[in-house]
Design a binder for this molecule. Sequence first.
Ligand code: PGA
Length: 236
Amino acid sequence: MTTFIVANWKMNPLTRKEAEELFSFFKKTTDKRGKVIFCPPFPYLHLGENLNLGAQNCFPERKGSFTGEVSPYMLKDLGCDYVIIGHSERRSVLGEDFFFVKRKVETSINAGLTPILCVGEEKREGTDASGEIKEQIRSALERVSFKEIIIAYEPVFAIGTGSACPIEVAAERRFLIEDILSQMKIEKDSVPILYGGSVNAENAKGYLLEGGFQGLLVGGASLEKEEFTKIIESVF
Ligand code: PGA
């Protein structure tokens, strides 16, 4: 099975020049190193030509009067093959609900993109993690037919905090996700499950080797040339 490393640049870097520099650096280092997928902000997508590209978001309609939004069909036409959907920052900051996330999954599949569906519990302790994750997956994937989909387990408490989820906990959640998929009659081997949340060069490999994940979703560290290169080298 393919190993995926997804670089989520979020709303960074601030200038086109910096984006060009990052892309030209990574064009050299990621050459032939498996599936590294770059998800820059929309205005920089065209600079990533010849790399595996994903968007960080899309709107759940093909075209029309949706001021300020971007269609998954446009993304496909621009050279994207992937799109991140349901990231916790969009769920919390932009108020995206389960149904909106599901519609994005469906529309992006119809457009020929592979959704990278983010799921994960809010708090480190004291929450019903399995209930939360189950609801996120069921609501997004029930009665959706797809050829390819990726799930990223991203516990919200670990995102951007520098305090990653302990590998044993993450591995339990991976089993849980596999269980949810099998209850939904989705062949678990057909869905790569990635870990995301404060991944760095030191902890990256552990999530694959000990945690059994098929890849990583990397935020902050994917903007640092040396660190991200080390992550790629440790994994592939
Ligand atoms: P982080 O972000 O690696 O900076 O924690 C991960 C993400 O939000 O996708």
